[in-house]
Design a protein around this ligand. Structure first.
Ligand code: SF4
Length: 351
């Protein structure tokens, strides 16, 4: 395990301050950001327009390693599931998902997860530790470098979703730093609308998002009444639906922005007419988008996959009630990268 702080955990402003404090030029921070996050040159020897003395000092004092790619599984639809080894040997996963005109990476924010959703394989691992911001950014850098070397040297990941292992809002400080690095104009410069934070609904943390960069927010709702949500997500016993919706209502939304509600459709649990009616009662149509995710059952899980007809029926009911409602296509099913199939042994979590 490396005890040095990672260079990738520094925002541009922090790097500028650090350099000035150590008698180096402030503008060198911009140059380093450009090399790392625009050119993906992580080795300081490549930073040709910066002073050798500064480079030496930086690598002596800061860690520049990134998560190691252990395996990459590729789906027939182009989805790739990366298994990364961190500096202490822990394993996390990220998934890259190609879509027309964009390439999304789904990153992990924790090793394991403490939230314990009943439908989620990650929950079976329990919680191990938070990821440092550099380990979140490192998943992006490592996947980009791998794809540039093996697939296409011009690969650019355009969208980021915090939907892998872990509950991002329970690692809020590190997630926030990583978002600031992703947003930085002089670096990766991903737009706010291309970053999505997904949460199981930790109301006390949602209230803190008032100070957070204005990225997209996805709430894993998965039920429209407390009894059903308690069954799927024990976190609902701590933050019930009323508390959750109160917290969400406090978030100032920019014009034309909606909150996405993820709704995992589970056969005969939350796919009934009463669920449609409850959703209609609790969500504000103009401010909400409902994303239906057909549940993928797995061995040992008490819940079942709904029929395709039932999924379409459920969507129609919500569309008829003037909701924006989509069905999430299940990408990477053949490599267990689809929603609900992440575990330490490698799949993407339900969020
Ligand atoms: S769905 Fe997300 S929040 Fe729930 S247990 Fe899985 S990783 Fe944690």
């Amino acid at each position: 395990m490396n005890n040095k702080q990672s260079l990738y955990s520094l925002t541009l402003e922090e790097l500028q301050t650090l350099l000035v404090k150590n008698d180096f030029a402030k503008y060198a921070a911009d140059q380093i950001y450009h090399w790392i996050y625009k050119n993906f040159k992580l080795h300081s020897d490549d930073w040709s327009n910066t002073s050798k003395k500064m480079r030496q000092w930086l690598v002596e004092n800061y860690d520049t390693s990134i998560p190691e790619v252990v395996t990459v599984l590729e789906s027939v639809d182009g989805t790739r599931k990366f298994l990364f080894k961190l500096s202490d040997g822990e394993l996390v996963e990220a998934v890259t998902i190609p879509m027309p005109g964009r390439l999304t990476i789904c990153v992990s924010s924790q090793v394991g997860c403490a939230v314990g959703c009943k439908f989620c394989r990650t929950a079976l691992m329990g919680f191990k530790r938070n990821l440092d911001s550099s380990e979140i950014i490192g998943q992006y850098l490592s996947a980009t470098l791998w794809l540039r070397e093996k697939v296409d040297q011009n690969t650019l990941i355009t969208n980021i979703v915090y939907m892998g292992q872990g509950e991002p809002l329970l690692n809020l400080a590190n997630v926030k730093t990583s978002v600031m690095v992703f947003l930085e104009d002089k670096g990766i410069s991903i737009g706010q609308r291309r970053i999505t934070l997904s949460t199981s609904g930790i109301a006390s943390q949602i209230e803190k998002l008032i100070d957070f960069p204005s990225v997209n927010l996805a709430i894993s709702l998965h039920a429209a009444d407390d009894i059903t949500r308690d069954l799927l997500m024990p976190i609902n016993k701590k933050y019930n639906m009323e508390r959750l919706l109160d917290a969400i209502n406090q978030i100032p939304l920019k014009a034309n922005r909606r909150i996405t509600y993820e709704y995992l459709l589970v056969d005969k649990v939350n796919d009934r007419m009463v669920d449609v009616e409850n959703l209609t009662r609790i969500l504000k149509r103009k401010l909400s988008k409902i994303n239906l995710i057909p549940f993928n059952s797995f061995p040992g899980c008490e819940f079942k996959t709904p029929s395709k007809e039932k999924v379409v029926w459920f969507q129609e009911q919500l569309l008829n009630r003037d909701f924006v409602c989509t069905i999430r296509s299940s990408k990477g099913e053949d490599i267990l990268a689809a929603c609900g199939q992440l575990k330490a042994d490698h799949c993407l979590a339900n969020k």
